[in-house]
Design a protein around this ligand. Structure first.
Ligand SMILES: NC(=O)C1=CN([C@@H]2O[C@H](COP(=O)(O)OP(=O)(O)OC[C@H]3O[C@@H](n4cnc5c(N)ncnc54)[C@H](O)[C@@H]3O)[C@@H](O)[C@H]2O)C=CC1
Length: 366
């Protein structure tokens, strides 16, 4: 912290106490210590002064000293008083970090709880960010402080996305530039398990809740993968949950891309081939009406499958895979130097002359 001399205290008192006072009104949490206002300093004894916030106690000008002569160093004083004022102003802004795109991310852990304080700090922060040429603003409001949402919306913030614990709002500052903030996630990811046993029977289910058009249809077990879950483990989990059958993931056989499926989101549906590790069926009574091992020919002969181009094609591809005339995608765990995170790259290994066993196209499912 910079030290502040007696002269500065006097100058600040004379010229900026009004300023301080004017700031005190909207920010009921900000108080100026009486020590700060005192100009009575004995000799060169250090006297502490403070500007405090209800949440954090910050001390500006921890030592105040008099100068021996009566001619105070006014330039230095002005500079230091400006520094002090800007430091005080800083405390009246929302805590925020710069992001790598020239924007700011408000620290949601340090939001004020008082509504008037939040309104004033948000306005002051927007002016400050605008003056500094900042672009996108990310404001995450926890559910415990949901009363701040209408205030932010009134100041021009828009909803970006919401989770159980928070709503994320954004504000794009440059009026002359188009908004470059990325939109909310646009897709959901589903998996379906094609599980065939050694008797050429496919594992099928009837859903408890489904559209009237598919009532009675025996279909592959399907579901959504969870956040941070892999496609390969999500498929195994869904099959286990719905039917009780243990499986081992083999390949992604195909995927379907459809739009406006749920919550107006697009849908990526991965059809996965899985090897059964058990036979016994125990259905999930909450979700599934019935499950069974059904002869593949019988499954394909269902009118809904025969007449549906997509279902029909999926089964044809699965059959081609079983005859080794088609090759699916298998996951390979890799760490990319771009983000240093492990991720799964799905691809097929058709020709590996050095080690043919690496080719996922030769694997026999039965
Ligand atoms: N179910 C099907 O016949 C087909 C599904 N798919 C794909 O499978 C993936 C998963 O879809 P589905 O298995 O159909 O998932 P789903 O829509 O049946 O939902 C999964 C789970 O959420 C529950 N659920 C969904 N909406 C609900 C609500 N409003 N209230 C209470 N519970 C609710 C369901 O009961 C189920 O347990 C998607 O990618 C989809 O495109 C693809 C083709 C056909």
């Amino acid at each position: 912290m910079d030290s502040v001399s007696l002269s500065e205290v006097t100058v600040i008192r004379r010229t900026h106490l009004g300023f301080m006072h004017s700031f005190r009104q909207p920010f009921s949490g900000v108080t100026i210590s009486p020590k700060f206002c005192s100009s009575k300093v004995e000799g060169s004894r250090a006297v502490s002064s403070s500007v405090s916030n209800t949440k954090s106690q910050l001390f500006y000008g921890e030592s105040i000293t008099t100068t021996s002569d009566s001619g105070y160093k006014m330039n230095e004083v002005n500079l230091k008083s400006r520094t002090l004022i800007s430091a005080v102003k800083e405390r009246l802004l929302l805590d925020a970090f710069d992001d790598e795109y020239g924007g700011v991310i408000v620290d949601h852990r340090k939001l004020p709880s008082n509504l008037n304080t939040f309104t004033s700090m948000l306005r002051a922060s927007l002016s400050d960010w605008r003056r500094k040429g900042k672009k996108g603003v990310w404001l995450k409001l926890p559910v415990e402080q949901s009363e701040l949402v209408p205030i932010a919306v009134k100041e021009g913030f828009e909803y970006h996305h919401a989770e159980k614990g928070y709503v994320m709002l954004t504000y794009w500052i440059p009026v002359e530039e188009p908004c470059m903030l990325p939109a909310n996630a646009s897709h959901q990811v589903g998996v379906g398990g094609f599980v065939l046993n050694q008797h050429k029977e496919v594992l099928v289910v009837q859903e408890k809740y489904c559209a009237p058009s598919i009532t009675g249809l025996w279909k592959l077990p399907t579901g959504f993968i969870n956040e941070s879950e892999e496609i390969f483990s999500g498929a195994v989990r869904e099959v286990k949950e719905e039917t009780g059958v243990d499986t081992e993931f083999s390949e992604v056989i195909a995927f379907r891309h459809a739009h406006n499926v749920a919550f107006e989101k697009s849908d990526l549906f991965f059809i996965c081939m899985l090897k059964p590790l058990s036979n016994k069926i125990i259905i999930d009574e909450l979700e599934i009406k019935a499950a069974k091992w059904m002869p593949l020919v019988e499954f394909v002969e269902q009118p809904m499958i025969r007449e549906d181009k997509m279902f029909k094609r999926v089964i044809e591809i699965c059959e081609m895979r079983l005859r080794q005339r088609y090759c699916g995608l298998s996951p390979h765990r890799l760490v990319s130097t771009f983000d240093g995170k492990p991720s799964s790259l799905y691809y097929n290994v058709v020709d590996d002359n050095d080690d043919p066993s690496h080719s996922n196209c030769i694997a026999n499912f039965l």
